[in-house]
Write a protein that binds this ligand. Structure first.
Ligand SMILES: *Cc1c(COP(=O)(O)O)cnc(C)c1O
Length: 406
């Protein structure tokens, strides 16, 4: 018999970088999940915007099993058909001509920033190294990406940090214009700041960044790690905004739960990354290629993408009605199925309490900073699961409200 492990073993065995929930998930199907005690949860967290087709989707299981029986890994001394098919699908569906595969969002952004530096150094010179990013942005946890991220709390303990990175204010074009000049090689921005509080960009802000990048010969990088693969009701959020980047990064939902990341770019920029300039052992392996190929083919369908917009309306209506009764949110914002409930002044800083109360009621949610409760459910979540999840969320909010705000 296998020895059973429990939540307390986490505190004994794991490097304490996380503080996981009190319950331990054991199995899941669609948007429902069960813990070790058999308690049922509705999943509005979606594995942090990853499980875009829910848990245990039969077609994804089949894609994984079929590939698992054939070929798992060869390394990049060889290529394979599943990853080439995925690259073809991604380039056909987007502005991009070329794809670099890796295993996570941070790695995709790392590749994007390295590409932008290499292109600028090759074409202009070493002085063209500046990277303009935004306050409250999140781009991952490698040293380069955490430095590009705009939350000093995540980077300051790891100094010295990579240089020539500056941070403007999100949705404030003038503050970006003040930092972008001919020494800028890249501007990196999330079309919706996810971890930073589910804050959508304004269209004129992204359009303005596009123009500034064109004027100064800088690459515009859209970090679509959280917004990509149908999350906003478009395959990629840049298609919603009508502003096309030079480099796009995607991960999270791309594998539907199987680790994969990708950097998409044009023929022109890609040419800088000649043989040997960058790489990763697992990137582009056939297992990830097979699963992500299936994910993309299921999500990049008009009915699926329209369904995301429909589901946004279910959430918006339910949350608005709930807030009329309880008055806890100052605003509900986001795009598609990336939704942020901004806590009002009485509850500011208390998002974690709502998360814990939700778990007690049988609902998994996310937070985005201390002031925002975030939902990033599966794109195919049923109307019944949305309704039941919102009922549980309302009970959780009521439970928090029983205690008094401090
Ligand atoms: C999650 C996230 C990342 C980091 O992705 P990892 O797979 O955790 O490395 C980067 N950018 C954005 C916008 C994200 O939401």
């Amino acid at each position: 018999m296998q020895n059973s492990m429990s939540r307390s073993d986490f505190d004994r065995l794991m490097v304490p970088t996380y503080a996981p929930a009190a319950f331990v998930p054991e199995r899941a199907e669609g948007s429902r999940l069960w813990d070790q005690q058999g308690k049922e949860y509705i999943d509005f967290a979606g594995g942090i915007a990853v499980n875009a087709l829910g848990h245990a989707h039969p077609d994804l299981q089949q894609a994984l099993m079929e590939q698992a029986a054939k070929l798992w890994h060869t390394g990049n001394g060889y290529t394979n058909a599943p990853i080439l098919r995925l690259a073809q699908a991604l380039t056909e569906a987007t502005f991009a001509d070329r794809v670099f595969f890796c295993n996570s969002g941070a790695e995709a952004n790392e590749a994007a920033l390295k590409l932008a530096r290499k292109v600028a150094h090759d074409n202009v010179g070493e002085h063209k190294s500046g990277i303009v990013a935004f306050k409250n942005a999140f781009h991952g946890r490698t040293l380069f990406t955490v430095s590009a991220g705009g939350q000093p709390a995540y980077s300051k303990d790891f100094a010295p940090l990579p240089g020539a990175i500056s941070h403007a204010t999100y949705n404030d074009l003038a503050s970006a214009a003040a930092l972008i000049d001919d020494s800028t090689c890249a501007v990196i921005v999330e079309p919706v700041q996810g971890e930073g509080g589910v804050l959508p960009a304004r269209q004129d802000f992204l359009q303005g960044l596009r123009e500034l990048c064109d004027r100064h010969g800088a690459a515009l990088i859209f970090d679509e790690v959280q917004t990509g693969v149908g999350r906003t009701g478009y395959l990629y959020a840049y298609q919603h905004y009508g502003v096309t980047p030079d480099i796009l990064t995607t991960a999270k939902a791309l594998g539907g739960g199987f680790p994969i990341g990708a950097m998409l770019t044009t023929d022109t920029l890609a040419a800088a990354m000649t043989v040997g300039t960058h790489g990763t052992t697992y990137g582009g392996n056939p297992l990830a290629g097979a699963v992500a190929g299936k994910v993309l083919s299921l999500i990049n369908q008009p009915a699926m993408l329209d369904g995301v917009k429909q589901r946004n309306a279910w959430f918006a209506e339910g949350l608005q009605a709930m807030n009329q009764r309880l008055n806890v949110f100052s605003e509900v914002r986001g795009l598609g199925l990336l939704i942020g409930c901004v806590l009002n002044e009485s509850w500011a800083g208390k998002a974690k309490l709502f998360n814990q109360a939700a778990a007690e009621q049988g609902l998994m949610v996310l937070i985005a900073g201390a002031n925002v409760v975030r939902f990033a459910p599966a794109l195919n979540i049923s109307e019944q699961d949305v309704a039941e999840g919102l009922r549980r969320f309302e009970r959780a909010c009521e439970a928090v409200l029983q205690g008094s705000p401090s």
